[in-house]
Every structure is written in C-alpha cells, then in structure tokens.
Design a protein around this ligand. Structure first.
Ligand code: GLU
Length: 451
C-alpha cells in the first residue's frame, strides 16, 4: 500500500488547508464534498489508491494575468484576471466568468471545483472551470466595460476554445459583456465558434439560457416537494438577490402558483407582503438591468412593501427559501431561523450560498435542502445545449429546450435520490449530489490512468 493511501478526513483536510493557505472559500467547498466522499469511498480501494479526490481538488491549472484598460478620464487602470481550469475528465472545461471586487483565487477555485460536480450532474459532457476578475462594473460607463472586456479577452483567448474551455456569464457578466468578449475573440482569432455561451440569439445563443438557472432551481424545488406529495401552489417563498437568477426563480414560483415575498441586493432586502407578481418582477428586471438601480427603490414604486437596509431576508417566515445572491449569504443562525419559522424546502440558486454550519443545520433538521451544484445546474445545462446547437449549426425551438431543461433537472433529482436516500423519508441531497457528481468524474479519471 502506498504511503498516502487511506488517510482519514481530518488529515486529508489538513493537507488541503496547508496547500491552499488564505483560501477559505476553496477549503470550505472541498470540505463539504469530502465529508460525503470519504464515507462513499471507504470500501472502494481503487479511488483511494488512485488519489482521485486529492486530484479533483487540485486544479489542472490556474492562469492568472494582468488586465490593463483605460478609463473615460484617460487613466490607466490595472486589474487581475484568472481562469481556473479545474478538471476536464468528462468534457471541455466549462463555467462562468465573474466580475466583482470580491473575486480572488480562492473564490474562483471554489467555483471551478463546484462546477466540476455540477456539470457532471447535468449528464452533459462538460468539465469544470471558472474565471473572472476583481474588476467592479458598478459605476462604470458602457464604454469602460467594453474596453475592460476586450482587454480581458486579449489574454483569455489563448487559453480557451470550443473544444478546450467554454466560459459563460456569472455575477457581473451578462449578455452585454459576453457580446464584447465574443466580439474580441472573433476579431483576434477570426474564428466564429461556440467558444462562449450565453450569447445573443442573433449570433449563436440559445433560447431560454437567460431564464434557465432560476427556472431550473424552481423545477428542482418542485421535484423535491413532490417526494412529499406537495407542490408550490399557495406556498410563500423568500428569495435573495435581484439579478438574473433571482428574478427568473421568482417568475417560475409565481407561474407555479406560489407567492414571492422578498428580493434583495447588497444594500438590503425588500419585503412585499402582497406578493411580488409578474408585473413587479418585470419592473425589477428593468430597474436592475437597464436602469442599474437599487432594490430599495422598489418601495417607491410599490408602497405596500418595506425596505430593510443591510439585512438578509431569512427572518421572514416562509414555506420555501431560495438563496440566489452569492456565496456564504445564509449562515448557521439564518438556517436555524428559517427552520424555526417553518421553512420546509431550500433550493440554492447561487453557488455555495449556505455556509458549512448552515449546511449542517439543514441536514440535521432533515428538511428538503438542495445544494447549488444540484439545484442551480439548469443554467450550465442550457449552456451545454447551446454548445450542442453551435456544433450542429442549428437552433432548437423554445418548447424543445423547456422540455430538455425540465428533464435534466428531473434527472439530477433522480441522481440525488440514488445516493442520498437515507431511509425513513429523508433524502440527503448534498450527499446525493456530491457522490453522483464525484462518481462520474472519478470513473473517467480511473480510465485515464495517472495523468
Ligand atoms: N455561472 C453559471 C454557473 O455557476 C453558468 C456557467 C455556464 O453556463 O457555463 O453555473
């Protein structure tokens, strides 16, 4: 037996911490997965001998680069850009690009690690990657954003490709930014290929990509509720965030007969006891996307609502909760409050929005709790379908894509049941998602030998 075989979980995590100093988000994401995988591989010698988990938790490569651009006043600005290519055992690297001042190597490594499992769960051939920059789009002019995106792509283009690594959007990167980056990629390489997803419909984008993450999260929640013989009709929902994921999750909740009570941004949350209906959701979409406004202005447009500055919405009693903003936005204390207030189901629209303590609280309470890698996989799933359409040089119809998205979310739910059914009516979706995602990637890695 090799020296490093069969270390226990604390020893494994000690090594992860030592090799990744000052990277708490990455260590957190690995810990959450390792807790389940260590149980699963206990009696599976080959995974140990081949050091599979250790290898998945070591990115294939991390590319870091300087991004220089000129602001509107002619000042030279310098940002840092990254692409983390975590694992391509089952397909080209795939994952979004995030522009936010909080972006650093730890955040992108955690996201690329999570993406590896999420993408495997979709059943589509996609590996895991993530990229981004500490560039803050807030307050920047459209021309500044264009110049930044072009400069970012001037380095990134040499690391990506339709069969190599296919980025998409994430926080701070939407259709507009994808357009600027695709334009620059095409200009440099002279190749019109499916190198990015989330593209505009006129130039290779897919229908329902914009809606997919939020809709998918609610489909997943509906699948979870169905295991208890319930659905969303008449249920109250608390949602955080007010971007693409949050507004489309809200839209699908309303379509399925639920009542949305909250939305939020980094300034605080709004609580609308009358319910945030489709007309109000449309107002939020326009306000946040086109007017670049703040959620607190909602209360001027809809006076029945209240704004709670600097707070998250988890104290508002609800049947279901969807954290759709960012990582570690729902802490152990929030999880306890939700449960005390009778919350029955939580589906994460964001990546790792619940901290490790919160995850343990939800698991101990045995409620319906879906980790982002399962419930928010609808976005990357439709990205995968966009890649297929680009390869085939065709576009599928909306109803075809809607059905495919629903089927994929139902498939992920089924995979979670396979490994997460704990008996006595309790399904541990975290365990189910971790093991199902791991097994697919691990078995491909075993086939390739030591590489
Ligand atoms: N950023 C999204 C995610 O976290 C989408 C990634 C993609 O479509 O490649 O899954």
């Amino acid at each position: 037996m090799a020296v490093s075989d069969h270390v226990d979980l604390p020893t494994f995590m000690e090594g992860v911490k030592k090799r990744n100093p000052y990277q708490p988000e990455f260590v957190q994401a690995v810990q959450e997965v390792a807790e389940d995988i260590f149980d699963f591989i206990e009696d599976k010698e080959e995974y140990h001998a081949q050091q599979i988990l250790r290898r998945i938790a070591e990115p294939d490569r991390v590319v870091s680069f300087r991004v220089c651009w000129e602001d509107d006043n002619g000042n030279v600005r310098v940002q840092r850009g990254w692409r983390v290519q975590n694992n391509n055992a089952i397909g080209p690297y795939k994952g979004g690009i995030r522009f936010h001042p909080s972006v650093n190597e730890s955040v992108l490594k955690f996201l690329a690690f999570e993406q590896t499992f999420k993408n495997a769960l979709t059943g589509l051939p996609m590996g895991g990657g993530k990229g981004g920059s500490n560039f803050n789009p807030k307050g920047k002019s459209v021309r500044e954003i264009m110049r930044f995106c072009q400069s970012f792509m001037t380095e990134l283009y040499r690391h990506i490709g339709a069969d190599v690594d296919v980025p998409a959007g994430d926080i701070g990167v939407g259709g507009r930014e994808i357009g600027y980056m695709f334009g620059q990629y095409k200009r440099i390489t002279n190749h019109f290929t499916g190198v990015l997803t989330g593209k505009g419909l006129e130039w290779g984008g897919s229908l329902i990509r914009t809606e997919a993450t939020g809709y998918g999260a609610v489909y997943f929640l509906a699948n979870m509720l169905a295991t208890k013989g319930e659905d969303l009709r008449g249920k109250t929902a608390v949602i955080s965030g007010s971007g693409n994921v949050a507004t489309h999750a809200a839209e699908k909740i309303v379509q399925l007969g639920g009542k949305v009570l909250t939305l939020s941004d980094s300034g605080g949350f709004i609580h609308d006891p009358d319910g945030i209906d489709q007309e109000k959701i449309d107002w939020v979409k326009t306000h946040k996307t086109h007017r670049r406004g703040r959620i607190e202005e909602y209360v001027d447009a809809f006076p029945g609502a209240s704004f709670h500055a600097g707070k998250t919405p988890w104290g508002v009693p609800c049947d279901v909760a969807l954290p759709c903003a960012t990582q570690n936005e729902l802490l152990g204390e929030d999880a306890r409050t939700l449960i005390a207030n009778g919350c029955k189901g939580v589906a994460e629209g964001a990546n790792m929005p619940t901290d490790l303590e919160g995850v343990h609280v939800f698991k101990a309470a045995r409620i319906l709790y879906a980790p982002g890698k399962a419930s928010n996989a609808g976005g990357v799933a439709v990205s995968g379908l966009e890649m297929s359409q680009n390869s085939e040089r065709r576009s599928w119809k909306e109803h075809e894509l809607q059905q495919m998205l629903k089927d994929i979310m139902a498939g992920i739910h089924k995979s979670c049941l396979t490994y997460g059914d704990q008996g006595g009516g309790y399904i541990d979706y975290v365990k189910g998602a971790n093991i199902a995602g791991f097994k697919k990637v691990a078995d491909a890695m075993l086939a390739f030998g030591v590489v």
